[in-house]
Design a binder for this molecule. Sequence first.
Ligand SMILES: [Zn+2]
Ligand SMILES: [Zn+2]
Length: 46
Amino acid sequence: MTDDLNAPTAELRDIAPRRWQCCHCGGTGVDGYGETCEHCEGLGFC
Ligand SMILES: [Zn+2]
Ligand SMILES: [Zn+2]
């Protein structure tokens, strides 16, 4: 049987701090060239 329909509230997980992810490197802290992101200085968020 599959009772996964009543899985725990996924909304809580959706509140992950994605809003802090850098809009330039996506939160990796490194840009597409392998250099430290100039937008977040390698922090990964801005
Ligand atoms: Zn950014
Ligand atoms: Zn960045």
